[in-house]
Design a protein around this ligand. Structure first.
Ligand code: IPE
Length: 257
């Protein structure tokens, strides 16, 4: 089974609050279906989550009661985003069901805990894809905190029998510097912990690249045995399909140390 995260940067327009990229999601779901691969999908929140989460500092935990309506609103927004994704999956012949982390699981000091995986494994066994997503989750220590899709990926990597992990984003992969500012930026085709150390030093001031570095760390943690983790650009038509068909495509592949 292949574990795929559809990042918020590709399924939504991160600059516009609650803007869903319908055509891109529809195309990506079709590419996944056409590949014939057995997959499980997680998705990010994009502008359905980050805008209000940032405004009310929801990842800082419960510090004031102005945050409470914002928690409810973000939970509403990401569930709506999830329903759009589920709808596209079902339309494309991939039966899927919503499993909202904030309604099913708990965090402990920002760490996602999945003590009971019966529902996830049970639906997979039935041939119905349980779709988890970035959400606001009750936190034993902080009241609530943000659970990212990347954290969910790491948990599912331990729970399910996953042979390959794919992060679908809006960039071609990991570069040695920010390609938006530097036209000569070089794409790493492969990454390991040593390479990542250098990337971090060079571009630690850049938020965008910083985000990629964190994602790469998640990817490296997900690499075990001969499991491969790949970062790919979902905005390029056909690229995900080619990757799923094991063709050689532009991407960054992560391997353990
Ligand atoms: C964020 O999830 C969840 C919320 C802000 C509620 P992710 O971190 O996985 O989302 P993206 O992929 O970066 O948008």
């Amino acid at each position: 089974m292949i574990l795929i995260k559809l990042g918020g940067s590709v399924i939504t327009d991160k600059k516009e609050y609650r803007k869903f990229n319908t055509e891109t999601v529809s195309r990506l779901c079709k590419e996944i279906k056409d590949s014939g691969q057995d997959v499980i999908i997680v998705h990010g929140a994009g502008s359905f989550g980050h805008v209000l989460a940032k405004k009310y500092n929801l990842n800082g935990g419960h510090v004031n009661n102005e945050q409470i309506p914002a928690v409810a609103e973000v939970c509403y927004d990401v569930r709506e985003l999830n329903s759009y994704i589920i709808s596209e999956l079902n339309k494309n012949g991939m039966p899927a069901i919503s499993v909202p982390p904030g309604s099913c699981f708990i965090m402990d000091d920002r760490e996602l805990i999945i003590e009971n995986d019966e529902v996830i494994k049970g639906f997979v066994g039935l041939g119905i894809m349980p779709v988890l997503f970035g959400d606001v989750v009750l936190d034993r220590k902080l009241g609530f905190s943000i659970c990212s899709g990347d954290q969910i990926m790491e948990k599912l990597g331990n729970i399910l029998d996953i042979e390959k992990v794919i992060f679908v984003s809006d960039i071609d992969g990991l570069f040695d510097s920010d390609p938006k500012n530097n036209p000569d930026a070089k794409l790493y085709r492969d990454v390991n912990e040593k390479i990542l150390e250098n990337v971090k030093k060079e571009t630690s001031v850049d938020d965008v690249t910083g985000g990629v570095v964190e994602k790469m760390k998640s990817m490296l943690r997900l690499c075990n045995g001969d499991r491969e983790c790949i970062l790919i650009n979902g905005n390029v038509e056909g690229r995900l399909l080619s990757l799923l068909k094991n063709e050689d495509v532009i991407c960054t592949r992560a391997r353990g140390a």
